[in-house]
Write a protein that binds this ligand. Structure first.
Ligand SMILES: [Zn+2]
Length: 369
């Protein structure tokens, strides 16, 4: 019988099959570009490919118990590199980066994050890779360099990477990963084999969380619901107090509606932005989006038993829809999304301004659209 998957619990059986087929036919590309929405398991998948290519019992099998598999699983294999955006050298210690990498090895579905700091992939990092690529294999069968969030490469880093792609060493496989493929240079895209990762199913997410999470949060089904199929977000929610952030979003909305009490609104904005943690701020706005999604849902189908994301807040959601019959949900969503993009852009230096501006837009589009 033909082997169809190399690791069933990894999900994405179609992609697994495609990879196995290319190994059998010896038609492996020099570079893959994994793309698709955030939280679809691309990084975990890339690490398993590194095992697949190096397992002592391979090449169509991962034993997870040989020296190669174990070292790759710990992200400690000398032939395997896992690159991700980091703060500038002045802003971070090497041991902090090592800690993040260790966390990643323990749970490859988790976010690699440095809260409150701007991160990117520097030209020095890519130069090191280029240098490493020339060496013979240390102990594996194939070098695998995984570049996570490849869209965070500075332009000069992208150009250096392009040089590797133009003359790829035979013993090297590059796996580039992005959830924003439009930000990848077309010349890099055209030299890579593209693989699209669709969303994981709810039950796949549940299984992954059970496997990697020590304690099962009591509100697990709510966490999965709120994460909207994004496993990375689901782990964010498990680690951080998710419902607390949602409360902050609802509170922000409440105060934006009563904008005339401006000091209350400003105090809340101050609280949201004082930690300088943009990830936190984005999450709060993300919950605001789920709120608008739910209110819109109730508005267009008021009599149906709705399948709400925030189903535990159904009565509040219904009250909101009744109180503000003229609310323009399209504009509310657009304003919130543009605030999220502004927060995600490191060049935008003033989160307080972004929140104040948003509260004015929310107020207008809820009360007097
Ligand atoms: Zn093995």
């Amino acid at each position: 019988m033909d082997i169809l998957t190399f690791k069933p619990e990894l999900g994405h059986p179609d992609i697994q099959q495609r990879i196995l087929k290319s190994i059998k036919n010896q038609r492996f590309p020099h570079a893959y570009l994994f793309y698709g929405k955030e939280g679809t398991g691309k990084e975990a998948f890339a690490i398993e490919i590194a095992k697949l290519l190096n397992c002592e019992k391979g090449p169509l099998f991962i034993c997870d118990s040989c020296a190669q598999c174990i070292k790759i699983g710990k992200l400690e294999h000398p032939d395997i590199k896992f690159i991700f955006p980091t703060p500038s050298e002045k802003q971070v210690k090497p041991e902090d980066i090592a800690d993040v990498l260790k966390d990643k090895a323990q749970n490859p579905y988790k976010r690699t994050a440095f809260p409150g700091k701007n991160t990117f992939i520097s030209i020095n990092t890519i130069r090191e890779l280029k240098y490493e690529a020339k060496f013979k294999l240390y102990e594996g069968k194939k070098k695998v360099f995984i570049i996570s969030e490849a869209d965070e490469m500075r332009p000069e880093a992208s150009n250096a990477l392009l040089k590797i792609l133009e003359e790829p060493p035979a013993n090297l496989m590059l796996i580039l990963i992005t959830s924003r493929i439009h930000r990848i240079l077309p010349t890099i895209r055209s030299r890579s084999q593209l693989i699209h990762f669709p969303r994981l199913e709810g039950d796949e997410i549940l299984r992954i969380i059970r496997r990697y999470s020590e304690e099962q949060p009591a509100n697990l089904s709510r966490v999965i619901r709120l994460a909207l199929g994004n496993i990375k977000l689901a782990f964010d929610f498990i680690e951080e107090e998710v419902l607390e952030k949602r409360n902050q979003a609802v509170e922000f909305l409440r105060r934006a509606v009563m904008i005339e009490k401006s000091h209350e609104l400003m105090n809340h904005i101050q609280m949201l932005t004082s930690l300088k943690d943009r990830r936190h701020m984005v999450l709060v706005l993300f919950f605001l989006l789920t709120w608008f999604q739910d209110t819109f849902h109730v508005k267009i189908q008021p009599d149906e038993l709705p399948d709400l994301i925030n189903s535990d807040l159904e009565s509040n959601i219904r009250a909101f829809v009744e109180a503000y019959p003229k609310a323009n949900y399209q504009n509310l969503v657009a304003a919130t999304q543009s605030a999220i993009s502004a927060l995600e852009d490191a060049r935008n230096l003033n989160p307080t301004l972004i929140f104040s501006d948003l509260s004015i837009k929310l107020n207008r589009n809820i009360k007097n659209p």
